[in-house]
Each structure stands twice: as C-alpha cells, then as structure tokens.
Design a protein around this ligand. Sequence first.
Ligand code: 13P
Length: 284
Amino acid sequence: MPIVPTKEILDRAFAARYGVAAINVFNDLTMEAVLAAAEELRAPVILQTSVKHVKMTGVDAMYAMWRAYAGHVSVPTALHLDHCPEREVISACLARGWNSILFDASKLSVEENKRQCAEVVAEARRYGANVEGEIEGFKRTEEMTGDEAEHVQTLETVIDFIKVTGVDVFAPAIGNAHGTYKAAPKLDSQRVTDIVEATGLPVALHGGTGMTPEQFSDLIARGCAKVNISTAVKIAFMKSGYDFMTERPGDYDPPKLFTAQRAAVIEMAKYHIRLFGSEGKAWT
Ligand code: 13P
C-alpha cells in the first residue's frame, strides 16, 4: 500500500518536470475510479477531498474508505484536504492521517494568514504531513472580470510567506479560477517561473479544468508539479449519469448506472494523467 508523503510525490515531479494530477473525489465511486486510472497508467496521483465532502461523509468514514481503496493500488498516492479555512477540520484530518492539507486563509490579512499558517505547518509536521499555502484566493470562473492576474501580492510578499511559514508547496493566483472557463484563461505563467526561481518550491496549479494542453505543458515545465482537477470530475460523473438515464429511461438498476459513471471518471482521470506527463512515473 504505497501511501506516501505528498511532498515525496511532488518533489519527484518537480525535479523531473512532470505534473501530478491532484483530483478531487467526493465518494467511494470517484475515489476508486481515480485510483484505478492511476494504477492502469502506473502514475503517481493525489486524491483531494473538499471540506464540504469531508463534513458530509465524516472524517472517519472518508479516511476508512481511502485506506480500503488505497490498499489495493501499487502506485504512489496521497490524500490531500483541499482549500480549508477551518482549523478544526484541518486538525481532525491531520490527526486521522491525511497526508497534506491546503490551509486557505486567503480571506485573512497576509500577516494573520502567515501567523496561522506557521502554526498549521508545525501541527502538520507532528504527523509527518505537508502543507500547501495560498495568500490570494481563487474566484469561481463565473466571477472573473479578466484582470485577475493583476490583483496579486508582490513576489517579495510571496517569498516572505513561504520562508516564514515553511509551506511545502505554494498556490499562486495567475489568472486561474475554479469552474468552467468561458474561454481559455489568460495566465501569468511568468509568475510561476519567478516564484519557483526565488523559492525552489513546487507550485500548485489551481483551476485546471478547461486549460489548454499547451498551457498545462508550459506551466508544468515552469514548476507546477501539482495540477488540480475538480470540475472535470463532477462533469464526468454527472453527465455520464444523466446520459445513462436518458438513454435507458426506466432502468433503475444502480450498479449499471455506477458502471457507466466509473468508466467516465476513469477516462477523465487517464486523459489528465497522460496530459500532465505522469504516465509511467510510479516508482513503487
Ligand atoms: P477546477 O474545478 O477548475 O478543476 O479546479 C480545481 C481546483 O483547483 C481545486 O482546488
């Protein structure tokens, strides 16, 4: 059962300049399907859980599910808590065994974010876990105004945040957003290079759904070792369910529906793993 530290997965990807798919999962089916895709392609993979789904499922049940499914894969994998502003949820997930968390204090001042993030890093270290940090926050795509890349902190502020807090990976705003882009986003890729050159740390790329293959390869070459995909999972899951029921009205056999949804999620995960260059990169 090669559950490994998130940092180990990211450091290897960063050094060899490939991207690891960090895919949001929200139930047993999506968790198993993403792991199956990674296993088939011999790729390291990170599974991410949102605060909403952790609360909905329960920390213990979510973690038990993860251990049960991860126990059957032979590729390196880690469990990550995505965007979490709530310290109690972070503490509960770290204590239970999550490999890493994203402390999302982007709504706080940078100074307060820095102070609390340093505490979170110290707490994570006690469990051998890793921390992703952010200071700018990400909009939803429908809230974008087109000038996102201009409203960011200075490079000095980013460097200071990383140095003071000791985070393992940083998530900068580069014109990216969560959701479905109306058109390919205009991204400040130079900002990734600047941060990587100044800190030597891997960068987490948020808002992956809908970026072009060229954008992914450029950003991964610059040091985006963690590439987040969430909306594409939801679309694959929901659309395959909708299509199944539309094509077979009156067929109320859940296992058949789940089989169709599992196949769609596996295809989606394999597409991104291949695109990010992590196929065949498993070392366990
Ligand atoms: P998308 O929903 O746009 O794929 O973004 C995923 C993400 O960044 C999760 O934190």
